[in-house]
Design a binder for this molecule. Structure first.
Ligand SMILES: *Cc1c(COP(=O)(O)O)cnc(C)c1O
Length: 367
């Protein structure tokens, strides 16, 4: 069986270095808010180009904390609107509704799966205080027009960078394009911890300060609480592991690009619609390689029978989930077509050339 993602193999590639860092942290006797987190934050800031990085417990919290901080700082108020792509993972929207903000869904572009920026202005009301850009599947989405619009209408650009760490847009890393960004280090992400982890990046001093406090009980000084905060901290052990793995991220993302290019050049089955490789290859880090096909479930079944594991990102639009029953009446045709047709092929830095070739061969024989 070719696994969708072989996490064991991904992490064993750096076994010695990771074990050494974990052991060092174990022996240090210091497990939260220490030197490992500080060093990882410093190195991630340098990598992204952002002034601040705040390590937090997971990607959802990273996004939740950005909105929570904006509310505490008086930049946003409960009831304000946030524009978000209709086809994103539910976490993007949970971060909005958890803060009593109102998501306004916008259709994606069918070619890139990313929010259609040309449709944002029409969706914008006077209550819109933010646009959340989700760099979905690992592809950057940004435009100078949107940036200009954010100044004209006075809204924040927030990046959900959970899937796109390492990608650049016109030479600038995602996570440094907007006002603040949330990262996830869920084990399966391109930079994955051995458990949960997340981070916020921003160049805004005040926002960074508020988020750091909010993530630690709303406190800057121990037992002095300025806000009603959360407990959302990145562990020292996870930070040590991430700091070690960050050194290899660019090489691993490059391997993903090679596989994506190989798939794009060799999968020739007319029943399969391939994702477009961007002209500037740096704009995509291929967290997922997502194809489209009319009879998706039949193709998935066929691949399973041929020992190739695939996943669907995502089978149900978030506004059709039971959790969001209040949005059940909404309808977004492009989003729904995507959810019905997408299938994610295996892609990872440890997928071997033989495996890639086999996947191509099996796909090209599908009738
Ligand atoms: C993974 C992911 C998140 C949430 O990250 P967690 O670390 O699992 O909380 C948010 N948004 C997107 C687009 C994701 O893929």
């Amino acid at each position: 069986m070719i696994k969708f993602l072989d996490l064991q193999k991904i992490n064993l590639a750096h076994q010695q270095a990771i074990e050494a860092r974990m052991l060092k942290t174990f022996r240090s006797g210091w497990y939260l808010l220490g030197e490992e987190v500080k060093q990882f934050e410093h190195n991630l800031s340098a990598y992204i180009g952002s002034k601040h990085t705040i390590g937090v417990a997971n990607g959802l919290d990273a996004l939740r904390l950005i909105f929570k901080a904006y509310i505490e700082l008086g930049v946003m108020q409960p009831g304000d609107e946030v524009i978000v792509p209709a086809n994103t993972y539910i976490a993007s929207v949970l971060a909005i509704t958890d803060n009593n903000l109102v998501p306004v869904f916008v259709e994606p572009d069918a070619d890139t799966f990313n929010i259609d920026i040309t449709k944002i202005e029409a969706a914008m009301s006077g209550k819109c205080k933010a646009v959340m850009l989700v760099h979905l599947y690992g592809q950057a989405i940004f435009s100078d027009t949107l940036k200009a619009m954010s100044q004209k209408y006075n809204f924040k650009i927030i990046e959900d960078n959970a899937q796109a760490i390492g990608v650049t847009h016109n030479g600038i890393k995602t996570g440094n394009l907007g006002d603040a960004a949330g990262f996830s280090f869920y084990p399966g992400k391109n930079l994955g911890a051995l458990g949960d982890g997340g981070a916020v990046t921003t160049n805004d001093d005040g926002l960074a300060k508020a988020i750091r406090a909010l993530a630690n009980y709303g406190s800057e000084t121990k037992y002095v609480n300025q806000y009603k905060g959360l407990n959302s901290r990145l562990d020292e052990i996870q930070a040590a592991v991430l700091d070690e793995k960050l050194k290899h991220l660019d090489i691993e993302n490059e391997r993903r690009r090679e596989i994506a290019t190989y798939y794009s050049q060799h999968i020739t089955n007319p029943l399969i619609v391939l994702p477009k490789v961007p002209v500037d290859t740096a704009e995509h880090v291929w967290h997922l390689f997502v194809i489209r096909t009319a009879e998706r479930d039949r193709l998935q079944q066929y691949l399973t029978e041929n020992s190739i594991q695939t996943l669907i990102h995502y089978p149900i639009p978030l506004y059709k989930q039971e959790a969001y029953i209040e949005y059940a009446h909404l309808s977004f045709p492009i989003t729904e077509a995507i959810h019905n047709e997408v299938l994610s092929l295996p892609i990872s830095p440890v997928l071997t050339p033989d495996e890639v070739e086999k996947i191509v061969e099996v796909l090209n024989k599908y009738l």
